[in-house]
Ligand binder design. Sequence first.
Ligand code: NZQ
Ligand code: ZN
Length: 385
Amino acid sequence: MFSFEFYNPTRLVFGKDSVNSLDDLLPSTARILVLYGGSSAERTGTLAEVRHALGDRVVFEFAGVEPNPTYETLSKAVELVRQEYIDYLLAVGGGSVIDGSKFVAAAAKFEGDSWNILEAWGSNVVEALPLGVVLTLPATGSEMNNAAVITKAESKTKALLATPHVFPQFAILDPTKTYTLPARQLANGVVDAFVHVIEQYLTYPVGASVQDRFAEGILQTLVEIGPKVVFEPADFDSRANLMMSATLALNGLIGSGVPHDWATHFIGHELTALYEIDHARTLAVILPSLLNARREQKKAKLLQYGERVWGITTGHDEQRIDLAISKTKAFFESLGVKTSLSAYGLGTSAIEDVVANLEKHRMTALGEQQEITPVVARKILMASL
Ligand code: NZQ
Ligand code: ZN
């Protein structure tokens, strides 16, 4: 196991009606900005509950944080924060609203051009406004981590920031808030959480038995609940377990002391930035071909994954690996998530654009061994056609 430091200060408040705890969690004198997305928070009644729980605090609202939140929109929120001397942010939504709020939290305290935060991956952030979260879409894990992914619409760049200053102070996880999600977003949630675990687990063995078993437990849970979550009427236990899976998949714990891959994510980010394909769907396209392309380097973990997650105990090694990859792909498809570029209307010219953008964004040595060069990425994309 590698050396590591694990730090996670986010308080989780889990359960039905947990939105009511906002009153205890937020200072009574806070000047709060509630950030949310398009129409869902208002339509589902979550915003009304939030407003009620905030009581007579000074509250401002910023609506319209888009899926794959843009720097352009968020910069307007930063202006509002400065104008109104706001001192606490409350994100009500999924990964996009939470990520957007993290950026606003950091940018509001940043001197100079705030895009520099993303140029420096967040390493130049020295302070941020405090942030709380009411989660409405379990998927990204953003509610309990220190990362945010922001898009510059003008240049179609999806960039990442990570800094301990943007860990949410608290995250409210009420599984009943997921009852209004359409099947598409529920399937996205299952797939995104699944791939987060894979990117931290399916690399090479370092003797991290606890992290491996945690990872396999989350993967098995997602395989078990996935079809229920997406296709059956909302039920508390399966939604609660989806929330637990998504939050624990990316709160830093299972990734402590182990190698990370993240190539699927970085290639996927270019697909979202260029073609606006949902984040999770890009992962479902890339992951199976990436595992196949890296089957030698990932051999030991692919065999372990096949055996422990999919129960594959017979056949020679190459057969087992083929089966583990095809079961992964079939799982995504079974949730209604397409796994080929052509299913999203993309062909070979799109591949050249993605590879060019990987080069432009200096994503030229990806994966746990930094061996996924643009040439390898092109092969993976061709195999995803
Ligand atoms: O905009 P509204 O009307 O609110 O609708 C949203 C949005 O259209 C809707 N929605 C959310 N909660 C709902 C609901 N609809 C009905 N009922 C509810 N309870 O869902 C749509 C998608 O929301 P979004 O927040 O975009 O989805 P998700 O949570 O999948 O977030 C995706 C973003 O997170 C980033 C992605 O790159 C992408 O920008 N990621 C962030 C990560 C992190 N911070 O650690 C890691 C991830 O790998 C990922 O990159
Ligand atoms: Zn993701």
